[in-house]
Design a protein around this ligand. Structure first.
Ligand code: 1GP
Length: 237
């Protein structure tokens, strides 16, 4: 289990990481075989699997297929404790620090203990910050929490830093899947300059140019969901 140490090493070496987010609700097993080819041909270094609303039964098989076909490290990006699968390599153990809903701060975590204790997943404590991306996204709707205003850099920074002080190993700035606006470069820059731990940025990133800008602003890992969902040739354009 060396997922986290590899992320740290990449940060040290200034090697940028890229995760493709697969929402199991939107993808069948047949589709995953085809998608895997596209993922293999892309610059992705990781696959995240999860979604705000998924509660189906093909999760294990989906992850096992992705693993077999791509050989990439797979991290669960859970919306709910039912999304834990031992077929993955690890889990981003998210605490929604921008919100004030105890379910997403600690309750789901308690309810995950039994499944996690039985699993071999590498558990990576992650401070998860929802930033206003211009429209209500699934995270906001499902978690019933308010995002941080996209111009409130001070609050985003203090929330991320408090997460670091609490022992989170990653900070994730999330504009929400399909957001109109990604997290601003100013916010990414300020937060990344003021925390020591690696920074993940996702939500509303739709072009290679933006990916580059987000890296340059200080993101260590960028997450792409919708853009790849809509066009699996996204990375070859
Ligand atoms: C969502 O950050 C991810 O949790 C990805 O967002 O679907 O907008 O790429 P997109």
């Amino acid at each position: 289990q060396n997922l986290y140490s590899n992320i740290l090493q990449a940060k040290k070496d200034n090697r940028k990481l890229l995760a493709i987010l697969i929402d199991p609700e939107k993808v069948s097993i047949e589709q995953v075989v085809v998608l895997s080819e596209k993922i293999k041909a892309s610059p992705a270094t990781h696959i995240f699997v999860g979604g705000s609303t998924f509660s189906g039964t093909h999760l294990d098989e989906l992850i096992a297929t992705l693993k077999r076909e791509t050989q990439l490290p797979i991290l669960i990006f859970p919306g709910h404790p039912s999304q834990i699968s031992n077929e993955a390599d690890g889990i981003l153990f998210l605490s929604l620090l921008s919100g004030r809903n105890p379910e997403y701060l600690i309750e789901h975590h308690i309810n995950s203990v039994e499944a996690l204790e039985k699993s071999n997943l590498e558990i990576i404590p992650t401070g998860y910050l929802l930033i206003d991306g211009g429209k209500e996204t699934a995270v906001q709707r499902v978690s019933q929490t308010q995002p941080i205003e996209n111009n409130n850099i001070e609050l985003a920074y203090k929330t991320a830093k408090a997460g670091e002080f609490l022992g989170k190993k990653l900070i994730y700035l999330e504009a929400g899947s399909g957001a109109d606006q990604h997290v601003s470069l100013e916010m990414i820059r300020f937060v990344s300059q003021n925390i020591q731990i690696p920074l993940i940025v996702g939500g509303g990133i739709r072009s290679m140019k933006t990916i580059q800008e987000v890296y340059e602003a200080g993101a260590d890992l960028v997450v792409i969901g919708t853009a790849f969902e809509n066009d699996s040739n996204f990375f070859s354009l």
